[in-house]
Design a protein around this ligand. Structure first.
Ligand SMILES: NC(=O)c1ccc[n+]([C@@H]2O[C@H](COP(=O)([O-])OP(=O)(O)OC[C@H]3O[C@@H](n4cnc5c(N)ncnc54)[C@H](OP(=O)(O)O)[C@@H]3O)[C@@H](O)[C@H]2O)c1
Length: 244
């Protein structure tokens, strides 16, 4: 496959990109930091990617989206898939206490991510379809005390991604929503681990398998699918009482 990855410099994006590299895919690293992006492109080439390139793209700056995706398409000749793992995080307390940070997280994780996806899906549809993989979160599946603000961006993002899949699957666009639970990455460093905590390299194989199978939703680890099935149906009076 010929894949552009936004967020490959760290965390789960890096592991997904490495997994794709190891099977010989051609990869473009879309990143805001040239040093980290170039280093990752080299890393992926060493790991077996057919070819790689770094292309600048800042998820906080929508003026970079079209040039980045055009440059990625030119390098790849044909864009088969776009993976978006880039995102920001703040705990509920951090976001409640710092409304500037809150505004940045709401903006980048919701508005800017969706704008980027609109640019990506347009280009994929132009070549007859492809795969758009976007990292949302289990935090978007239910309003919870501990993740209300960050989770709101993921709820909106999941809603948007589901609608894309309904609307464009028949035109050849497969949209995959990835919903991780607690994963040990830089994003969660220092936080108290939630149940079923996993590592980024546990997530990557499930994501690549979902890309191969065109699965619309992937919970990682898988146990979260069952957990969220239960949580979604818990009555509000229970949700008010539990600290989850
Ligand atoms: N970790 C978890 O427990 C967890 C759980 C559920 C969902 N998620 C979601 O999964 C995704 C990946 O999380 P992660 O834990 O792998 O995060 P991470 O380790 O913090 O990595 C985040 C990636 O996003 C990139 N990024 C951030 N802002 C960017 C910007 N403005 N422009 C371009 N790239 C930017 C970072 O690039 P730099 O190297 O330039 O900083 C980095 O490559 C996120 O959407 C997150 O919300 C994570």
């Amino acid at each position: 496959m010929r894949v552009a990855v936004l967020g490959a410099t760290r965390g789960m994006g890096r592991e997904v990109a490495r997994r794709l590299a190891e099977r010989g895919d051609t990869l473009v690293v879309l990143a805001r930091d040239a040093g980290a992006g170039e280093a990752m492109a080299t890393d992926l080439r060493i790991r077996g990617a057919r070819d790689t390139a770094f292309v600048p793209c800042d998820l906080a700056d929508p003026t970079t989206f079209a040039p980045a995706l055009d440059a990625a398409t030119a390098f790849l000749h044909q864009l088969d898939a776009v993976v978006v793992t880039a995102g920001l995080f703040g705990t509920q307390e951090q976001l409640e206490d710092d409304l500037d940070l809150c505004a940045r997280v709401l903006d980048v994780d919701f508005t800017k991510t969706i704008l980027f996806c609109e640019h990506a899906r347009t280009r994929l549809l132009e070549r007859g379809g492809g795969t758009l993989v976007v990292f949302s979160s289990v935090a978007g599946d239910r309003g919870r005390k501990t993740t209300g603000l960050y989770g709101a961006t993921k709820a909106g993002l999941s809603h948007y991604l589901e609608s894309l899949d309904h609307k464009f699957r028949s035109a050849g666009l497969v949209t995959i929503t990835v919903k991780p639970g607690f994963i040990r990455t830089g994003m969660t460093a220092g936080l108290k681990e939630a149940p079923f905590a996993a590592d980024a390299d546990d997530v990557a194989p499930l994501v690549v398998k979902a890309m191969d199978r065109a699965a619309p939703v992937v919970y990682t680890p898988r146990i979260w699918q069952l957990v969220m099935l239960v949580i979604r149906y818990l009555p509000r009076f229970v949700m008010r009482r539990v600290g989850f």
